[in-house]
Write a new protein. Sequence first.
Length: 321
Amino acid sequence: MVDSHWSFVISPLVFPTPNSPLPNLLNMAITNNYKLNLIQWYPGHIAKAEKNLKEQLKLVDVVLEVRDARIPLATNHPQMGEWVGNKTRILVVNRLDMITPEVRSIWTNWFKSQGEVPYFTNAQHGQGVNAIAKAAQAAGVELNQRRRDRGMLPRPVRAVVIGFPNVGKSALINRLLGKRVVESAARPGVTRNLRWVRISDELQLLDAPGVIPSRLENQAAALKLAICDDIGQASYDNQLVASALVDFLNEIHITENNLLPESPLQLRYNFESTSYTGESYLEALAEHRYQGDVERTARQLLTDFRKGLLGPVPLELPPNA
Ligand SMILES: Nc1nc2c(ncn2[C@@H]2O[C@H](COP(=O)(O)OP(=O)(O)OP(=O)(O)O)[C@@H](O)[C@H]2O)c(=O)[nH]1
Ligand SMILES: [Mg+2]
């Protein structure tokens, strides 16, 4: 379905040539080789939700900020500080099953070095989810102490779940409740309206539609969002995004060989990737496996990555890791 409120721009692109050297740094690969100004996505329902969110925030004690463990930096929303204000913030890094324990511990150390405590979760299967409820309820204890001191009756702590589309916010709420109360599905833009859900006598959660900056300034981050299916498909070109995925995977395999000793593309398709640029790999793989159909190859690659069939592969590591 095409939403008429979606705004997207696809500009002419310059792809890396087959003979160009492999990029050295992820972001350099993007800015130098892709010459991008292509991905913009800000559907009408998000603009509306942000307005409603501002209203509801007045009622909220705790913000559960949800990020995607494969791209914890690209899913860091620039307005989060503003929304949190002086409320308690709990940093949830979801999709823990999609990275290795080693990568998780690298991120944990990095967040700690930044003075933050990340709560890693798997909202699909439930790992780490109870710790989130506990952390939110702990904020409620303080809240109710203050209320009692002022002669007021205690009330449940109210927490809002905020993050980019498709990171697993609604899945987290369903897991916390142990049943499916809000819609959750494998595409961005599933939750359209804000909705309060009573988890227990102590905790109420507000499910919110995924939010995204009105303009995606950082196109390397935008590509990662597209690769992870965190922005609407109508806003990007599959072949461009799949090419970028190949470049990211090659880059991590080459520069972080201890973390990714085998090329996930070689393992999945039995077709060597590191002597190719992203674009030329797509073409060669299309010839090798998909009767030369590059678009089908691009879609397959993206689907396989999103389903975890390329293995637990991060697209980002902390700066200076
Ligand atoms: N593998 C894996 N999948 C997850 C995890 N958490 C959620 N999912 C899946 O990711 C998809 C998106 O989940 P949602 O809960 O709809 O995401 P959302 O953040 O509410 O998305 P919007 O409402 O569109 O903003 C669903 O198919 C979930 O089952 C996780 O930790 N691991
Ligand atoms: Mg949702």
